[in-house]
Design a protein around this ligand. Structure first.
Ligand SMILES: *[C@@H]1O[C@H](CO)[C@@H](O)[C@H](O)[C@H]1NC(C)=O
Ligand SMILES: *[C@@H]1O[C@H](CO)[C@@H](O)[C@H](O)[C@H]1NC(C)=O
Ligand SMILES: *[C@@H]1O[C@H](CO)[C@@H](O)[C@H](O)[C@H]1NC(C)=O
Length: 318
């Protein structure tokens, strides 16, 4: 800001002593560019530079440090105070909601990690042996918020140390009273003042879309798809966790593998459609599907440059 002031003074001086408006004009341009650069470098997105490695280095060249602990993340703000999310963890275990979790007895191993992330309304209670007991953070789709509110005390009341990060499109998340999901969350925050509820900002939602386009070459909206909760979870985890262990997530070729294990789509919905059938349905849906398989191939790519490991089933990453 001090440099900016000097430049402006210089500008004023040139403006008064010479009639050469060309110089003045170019200086104005330089100053404006400088302001924009300063503005952007103060934004949280540059945190992603270490996350996406070389891919984004030309865009996010301001950060030199490999990891910024506890830097407030402006992409996620609390309800109702609008405070940015502050979070850092050495090791996050992400427990998928997949039926792959069943019968693996990974609970103890999961509970040993300092941070345990779950998605949507996936319960721990009743499945402790396979999925563990603790939950430090939940990434929740706007469509799952009504499911949480069916058991508000279980989710927001008793274990109030869980952080909730909700994502959703602006039409449901707008804060002007017209966002139906945002309104529900605001009510929950009123009823449970100790609950730690955050929402993904509009900028951050656009950013997640942009990452999809960058990685797949496809425009998410034009290709008629929705990003999955897993996508938002991984992007957040890469910002917040030094190391990531993912449990129960299948890779992009799993469903084409001879004799793959047929499991329910969600571990807590016994008898629901088989996981691969659900994935194939979504992948080819012309409209409104999740591109789970495409997303998995992007995750495999990220795992090559970040400390991400996959368990049950394991992924062979070369
Ligand atoms: C700086 O960023 C804020 C918020 O992101 C934006 O509203 C403002 O217009 C920006 N200012 C400049 C000079 O780019
Ligand atoms: C959790 O809620 C209890 C009341 O139910 C409250 O006393 C306590 O301070 C809360 N903890 C946090 C971290 O907000
Ligand atoms: C993907 O999963 C299948 C089935 O578990 C396995 O055979 C294959 O080696 C895996 N591929 C990679 C790249 O991890």
């Amino acid at each position: 800001m001090f440099i900016l002031l000097l430049l402006l003074l210089l500008l004023a001086w040139i403006g008064s002593s010479t009639p050469k408006s060309l110089i003045a004009t170019s200086l104005i341009v330089v100053v404006s560019l400088f302001v924009v650069v300063v503005n952007y470098s103060e934004k949280p997105y540059f945190l992603l530079q270490p996350v996406f490695g070389q891919t984004f280095s030309s865009h996010w060249m301001f950060s030199k440090q490999p990891y910024k602990a506890f830097k407030p993340h402006l992409g996620y703000v609390s309800i109702p105070k609008q405070e940015p999310l502050k979070l850092h963890c050495e090791l996050c275990s992400i427990v998928s909601s997949s039926g792959q979790m069943l019968g693996q007895a990974a609970g103890q191993q999961i509970d040993r990690s300092p941070c345990i992330w779950r998605m949507n309304n996936a319960p721990a209670r009743g499945f402790e042996r396979d999925v563990g007991q603790r939950t430090t953070l939940r990434v929740v789709s706007h469509t799952s918020v009504p499911l949480l509110l069916q058991k508000p005390h279980y989710f927001f009341g008793q274990g109030n140390d869980t952080v909730y990060v909700v994502w959703g499109p602006l039409r449901n998340m707008r804060k002007d009273g017209k966002g139906i999901v945002y309104n529900m969350l605001r009510q929950a925050a009123e009823n449970y003042p100790h609950a730690r509820i955050y929402v993904t900002t509009e900028d951050r939602m656009n950013y997640c879309d942009m990452v999809f386009k960058k990685e797949t070459g496809k425009d998410r909206i034009q290709s008629g798809s929705y990003l999955s909760t897993g996508w938002f979870t991984l992007i957040l985890a890469m910002d917040m966790c030094k190391e990531i262990h993912i449990y129960g997530m299948i890779n992009d070729t799993y469903c084409k593998t001879e004799g793959y294990r047929k499991v329910p789509y969600h571990y807590y919905e016994a008898g629901s459609r088989d996981e691969c059938a659900e994935y194939l349905l979504h992948e080819s849906a012309p409209y409104g599907g999740h591109r789970f398989i495409t997303e998995k191939s992007v995750f495999a790519k990220w795992a090559k440059t970040h400390a991400i490991k996959f368990f049950n089933p394991p992924w062979q990453l070369s």
